[in-house]
Write a protein that binds this ligand. Structure first.
Ligand SMILES: [Zn+2]
Length: 175
């Protein structure tokens, strides 16, 4: 996947600026709560680009990284990706670990979890109900926001966004 969305070189219908070379993928390298674990807990924790397991107040929490794909509909079809973390229960993490290198893992049943990354939306995104679809080995799992969440993120995943919104995301995450 190309790391930028280039645009058409035509002025945007919303802001009249020309959007080019916008980041196709934005996100975080760890779950938000990674910042809250103590130095001692962090010694016991594991953080890779795809998985995070961390002690937290006497319990063990499990996270995986996934992609929320938002279809870009205007001015031409494309896709924007939020690279985020999802908290799953221990049984789900065991299932993910069990099939991680399985060439047929994309056939695994979907799992559920809770979004563990705050994204720049008016309503909170942490805690949103997520369905996790594993893909072929080497591919980041795809995440679907529950449509019953009545959240702008769910609407955008279902209905798509314009390139102008991708430009807004780039500004919002810089704040
Ligand atoms: Zn614009």
């Amino acid at each position: 996947m190309v790391p930028v969305i280039g645009g058409t070189g035509m002025p945007c219908e919303v802001c009249r600026q020309v959007h080019r070379d916008l980041s196709r993928v934005l996100g975080t390298s760890a779950p938000d709560d990674w910042m809250s674990v103590t130095a001692g807990e962090r010694l016991e924790a594991e953080l890779t680009p795809d998985v995070c397991i961390m002690p937290f107040r006497g319990e063990t929490r499990h996270f995986i990284r996934g992609h929320i794909q938002l279809p870009v509909t205007l001015p031409e079809p494309d896709v924007f990706v939020w690279s985020v973390w999802v908290e799953v229960d221990e049984a789900s993490m065991a299932a993910i670990a069990h099939t991680w290198s399985d060439p047929n893992r994309a056939a695994s049943a979907p799992l559920s979890g809770r979004l563990a990354t705050e994204l720049p939306y008016e309503q909170p995104t942490r805690g949103l109900q997520i369905t996790i679809y594993t893909r072929d080995p080497g591919m980041t799992p795809l995440l679907m926001i529950s449509p019953s969440s009545h959240h702008q993120l769910a609407d955008e995943q279902r209905e798509g966004i314009a390139l102008h919104r991708v430009a807004e995301f780039a500004e919002l995450v810089q704040r």
